[in-house]
Design a binder for this molecule. Structure first.
Ligand code: BGC
Length: 808
């Protein structure tokens, strides 16, 4: 096939090796299920309640055993041919003789859920029905073991609420999904972090009636765990997350022992929503969010701030297995720029399993103050048979132990290694660690990297210190930026740049076409610069806005100038899978939600998922996959946490890098998003994330930095929100200063879809394409007035074309 023929002509050509379609195919669905089993986390397993003994009778309670939530809503949702619930999973196991179920219970929940769905609602957003007494009696007579399933749903454009929010009206109907917010308020009296009254009643009834209760959580983010942690009757708990298309089968695999769980939490599960420092002010304003907890996010907060550790129910990195492992550190090698720690992991239990070794470093408090410890490396074993051992080597770059000094306590705007002792810990959770006897001593304060101030705050009054007190920030001015100028740009819906006729080439019937077409650049016949010289300023600007959709794509394209042979390259969402609108009739594979994938701690597996997902993207003639999404889980309340990986930037960055490698191995562009600080959905297009430069660099930008340096994503999507008074998409310090200047990013940047930014200012900042449409007229007006130069326009256009050249 000719280069870019897929994008130009949309031929429906399967790419499977034997000529079959890969999209939504068996092999991908099986990979999705395997990944799901590997990322589910076993939180509790008293007296080896799990796995269920072969043939064990169980009673399934909770409408969630049918009302299965495969993933969240919005752009992180996909159209699948079907989904498999836990009930279906257990029925399969019953057919295989591995368990035995009470049919009347399944029938009750199936009918109830069907009836509630018929009234029109989203999965997970229906009421827990009251359990009929006779059914409970039948179940009690049938077995002593109950399985309770609880599910949750959240999505793009709305956040999870807290009880005090119930009465408030959402102010910004335009970008907030008020319908879902209202539904949530009606279903969950205390906010959906906690059980609803109806769920609590069901749980209490089941707890009283059965001696063994197993809980399965089908959720996309942090939820309350205090209702089972210390409750004796609840003997086992599986954090099953939202497991994609066949998540219910994966849950059953684990419950029945066909798979041994090896997932580890990528977030800290605290004893209440209020225990997270971000909760108190999360909903304070729709206009801004103040990141006053600074770098103390997740376990960095709970492990460091006095008194907070006792609020942890399940620590970061935690997850049980059906077997046991011994982790023995065997070598500590100090090299000039890195430290290598070798460990031997031995399976000392009776069944095969995998273990995740985590390496944390505790830096001296020094002048800057530090988290008690930080994850610096991790590695997962292969499947180890009982008695088998594996040696793993974890490496830590010495420079990664430095902290960013944004206030000049040691050296302003520099990463500094403070003098003192750096202690190393290894283990299988942030709470189960052994300290190594070897340490790293830094004799005197050392500047590792001198940078410049970028994206500094001026509306953040204070930030938390390691002892839990706050320091006032001198940079506070109290004068907000005026962002009113772009009001006129808001509200466009369809791409503004006219499509060129798709079939008819514009030069047909003319005497002569252009000297060079893009294919000539691809084939080395002409340089990019010479090629670009042919285009008028207006034609160049046309390349800097989104283009009309073709084929099955519903998030529009980029490129699209037939005169010069520039294809209209389509985009599609991620991260849940290839997202194609239902009416197109193309079902795709729903991968487990991103948080589950991260909980696998298995980079090779995540890479495989990226590769498989990208094949579906390519088969459907799309060139840019809008994934991975890697914002930090700052608060359990963010409605899109299911699309993101972790509270920890190392995990987020490593998982993103693996995903990007997988995707781009198929010559499909990954679009890492949302850059940056999109940690809240409410009024996301106009909310100002006020955050210190240190927290930006050490927490919120760090994952992006790691992935840029490790995996070279071909595109990055800026976020809707404002960062310290400047929109991400118009933020030159962020895009040109940090992303390109400091990290050496070579790819292309797009806005998020329909941003409120002013197009010419986005171009000047280094945001190459305004999606999903550009405003050529406004950019040309700015050009005519001398506000923007041709050179600035060319730089962006060149990066768009260089991205297209990488696609095949
Ligand atoms: C979302 C992005 C998504 C884009 C295209 C936006 O609303 O924030 O994550 O990729 O739409 O669907």
């Amino acid at each position: 096939m000719d280069r870019w023929a897929r994008f130009n002509f949309q031929p429906v050509l399967p790419i499977g090796t034997d000529g079959t379609r890969v999209t939504g195919g068996r092999a991908h669905i099986e990979l999705s299920r395997t990944a799901a089993t590997e990322g589910m986390v076993l939180l509790k397993n008293e007296n080896n309640t799990l796995p269920l003994a072969s043939g064990k009778r169980v009673a399934l309670f909770g409408k969630a055993c049918v009302d299965y939530v495969k993933g969240g809503g919005g752009s992180g949702d996909v159209t699948t041919a079907y989904v498999r619930s836990l009930l279906e999973g257990m029925e399969r196991k019953e057919q295989e003789g591995k368990t035995s179920l009470l049919p009347a219970l399944g029938k009750f929940y199936r009918e109830n859920v069907k009836e509630q769905y018929a009234r029109g609602t989203a999965p997970g957003m229906i009421t827990e029905p009251e359990l009929p007494k006779e059914l409970l009696q039948q179940a009690k007579a049938f077995t002593d073991t109950a399985i309770i399933t609880i599910c949750r749903f959240s999505g793009e454009g709305w956040d999870r609420i807290v009880a005090s929010e119930k009465k408030k009206k959402s102010k910004n109907g335009g970008t907030n999904d008020t319908d879902m917010i209202e539904r949530g308020k009606n279903l969950f009296e205390r906010g959906d972090f906690y059980l609803s009254d109806e769920e609590q009643a069901m749980v209490d009834t089941v707890r009283e009636a059965f001696s063994k209760v197993i809980v399965v959580l089908n959720v996309g983010g942090m939820v309350d765990t205090s209702w089972f942690k210390d409750k004796k009757e609840i003997s086992a708990v599986l954090m099953a997350w939202q497991g994609g298309i066949e998540g219910g089968l994966a849950m059953a695999d684990i419950l029945c022992g066909d798979a041994n769980p090896s997932g580890k939490l990528t977030d800290t599960f605290a004893d209440s929503l209020e225990a997270y420092p971000s909760t108190e002010t999360f909903h304070e304003s729709e206009e801004y969010v103040e990141y006053t907890e600074d770098i103390y996010v997740g376990y960095r907060y709970f492990d460091t701030i006095p008194g907070a550790a006792k609020k942890i129910n399940y620590p970061f990195g935690f997850g049980l297995s059906y077997t046991k492992f011994e982790i023995t550190p065997t070598k500590f090698i100090k090299q000039e720029n890195q430290v290598l720690v070798q460990v031997v992991v031995t399976n000392i239990g009776t069944v095969a399993g995998k273990e995740v070794v985590q390496l944390y470093v505790s830096a001296p408090q020094g002048k800057l103050g530090k988290p008690m410890k930080e994850l610096k490396a991790f590695a997962k074993t292969r499947l180890l048979q009982a008695g088998e051992a594996q040696t793993l080597v974890l490496s830590v770059a010495v420079s990664s132990l430095a902290s960013y000094d944004d206030s000049g306590k040691i050296s302003k705007s520099a990463y500094v290694l403070e003098q003192g002792m750096y202690e190393f810990y290894v283990g299988n959770s942030s709470a189960e660690l052994q300290m190594l006897t070897d340490r790293l001593i830094i004799a005197e304060d050392r500047v590792v990297l001198q940078l410049e101030e970028h994206c500094a705050p001026f509306m953040l009054k204070k930030r938390m210190l390691a002892d839990g007190t706050y320091e006032e920030l001198e940079s506070y001015t109290g004068v907000p930026t005026d962002l009113s100028y772009e009001k006129e740009a808001v509200g466009a819906y369809t791409p503004a740049v006219p499509a060129q006729a798709r079939r008819k080439m514009p030069w047909e019937g003319q005497e002569k076409g252009p000297d060079w077409r893009l294919i000539d650049v691809a084939e080395g016949k002409v340089t990019m610069d010479t090629f670009l010289e042919q285009l008028s300023v207006e034609e160049l600007v046309g390349l800097l806005g989104g283009q009309p959709g073709t084929g099955v794509a519903n998030t529009f394209g980029m490129g699209n100038n037939k005169t010069y042979g520039i294809p209209n390259v389509m985009t599609a969402d991620g991260p849940a899978g290839l997202r194609i609108a239902g009416e197109c009739g193309v079902n795709t594979t729903a991968w487990p939600c991103a948080t589950l994938l991260a909980c696998t701690f298995n980079e090779a597996l995540v890479e495989e998922v990226g590769q498989a997902g990208a094949k579906e993207v390519k088969e459907n003639n799309i060139g840019v996959w809008l994934t991975p999404a890697i914002n930090i889980h700052r608060s359990p309340l963010c409605g899109r946490n299911f699309e993101y990986y972790s509270e920890d930037p190392l995990v987020a960055g490593k998982m993103a890098a693996a995903m990007i490698r997988g995707i781009q191995s198929q010559q499909i562009a990954a679009s890492m998003k949302h850059f940056a600080c999109n940690n809240k959905e409410t009024n996301r297009t106009n909310s100002d994330s006020r955050v210190s430069e240190r927290a930006l660099r050490e927490i919120y930008l760090k994952g992006f930095e790691l992935a840029v340096k490790e995996a070279d994503p071909w595109t990055i999507m800026t976020s809707y929100n404002i960062i310290n008074g400047h929109r991400s998409s118009e933020n030159r310090e962020l895009l040109t200063g940090i992303l390109r200047g400091e990290w050496g990013f070579r790819g292309m940047v797009t806005t998020d879809w329909w941003t409120n930014g002013e197009h010419y200012k986005e171009i000047k900042a280094g945001n190459d394409v305004k999606m999903a449409c550009g405003y050529t007229d406004r950019v040309m007006a700015a050009y005519e007035k001398g506000e923007i130069t041709k050179a600035e326009i060319i730089s962006c256009a060149k990066r768009v074309l260089e991205m297209i050249l990488k696609l095949q």
